[in-house]
Write a protein that binds this ligand. Structure first.
Ligand SMILES: C[S@@+](CC[C@H](N)C(=O)[O-])C[C@H]1O[C@@H](n2cnc3c(N)ncnc32)[C@H](O)[C@@H]1O
Length: 198
């Protein structure tokens, strides 16, 4: 899916269905953020912040990064409206520019499937992470019922693990945590969370 699509949908992105799915993801990610009060977190491909703005209290700071300005405008309005003091936004596409940022945790929810060169983005995110940091990826399991020219049809755990190891992650744990009806291009699908340690 190209970025224009996200620009066009930003103002109407937060549907009941997406908010419900974000809640499921939030619950799972919170389990990974215990004892993270002193950590900095980057939410890469944050969209409107549906998930990460609910994580602000668990970490020291959150930077929402997205390649859609309009998604970030919605996120900024929410940050102001909720009075969140430790969250900021940044417009960027790390597949096109090498970022000068560092973080203890990088979180990426339902973004990898939209990025054609998955190795490149994983490499960039690896470099952003401080030593001992972790990358949390939430995405869909491989789904052969789905075929789209611009979207990966999910990911196989073994292939993704291999790629993460090649990039340099010391260890990765991947587990499926949710099965839902019509959650991935109107098909029933399951989601995984990958915890990748640098
Ligand atoms: C399906 S939305 C997910 C939003 C959010 N992470 C969530 O779970 O609610 C995908 C987001 O990734 C962003 N995105 C897609 N490709 C990107 C890239 N190369 N760099 C940064 N953001 C990207 C889109 O603009 C969009 O906001």
């Amino acid at each position: 899916m190209n970025n224009n699509v996200f620009e066009q949908m930003a103002k109407r992105y937060d549907t009941e269905e997406r908010m419900a799915l974000a809640k499921v993801i939030e619950k799972e990610v919170k389990l990974e953020l215990q004892n993270s009060k002193s950590k900095s977190l980057i939410d890469y491909g944050s969209g409107t912040g549906l998930v990460s703005l609910e994580l602000a209290e668990l970490v020291e700071s959150i930077l929402l990064v997205d390649s859609s300005k309009q998604m970030l405008e919605v996120a900024e309005a929410k940050i102001a409206q909720k009075g969140i003091t430790n969250a900021n936004v940044r417009y960027a596409d790390f597949t096109k520019e090498t970022p000068e940022l560092k973080a203890d945790i990088v979180f990426m929810s339902l973004v990898l499937l939209h990025i054609p060169d998955t190795t490149k983005i994983i490499q960039e995110l690896f470099h952003i992470l401080n030593d001992g940091g972790k990358l949390l990826i939430v995405d869909f399991d491989k789904n052969d019922n789905i075929s789209h020219p611009k979207v990966h049809n999910g990911f196989s755990h073994d292939e993704l693990k291999e790629k993460l190891a090649e990039v340099g992650f010391q260890s990765t744990e991947i587990r499926t945590f949710y099965h839902g009806k019509q959650i991935f291009m109107n098909q029933d699908a399951s989601m995984f969370i990958a915890t990748c340690n640098k």
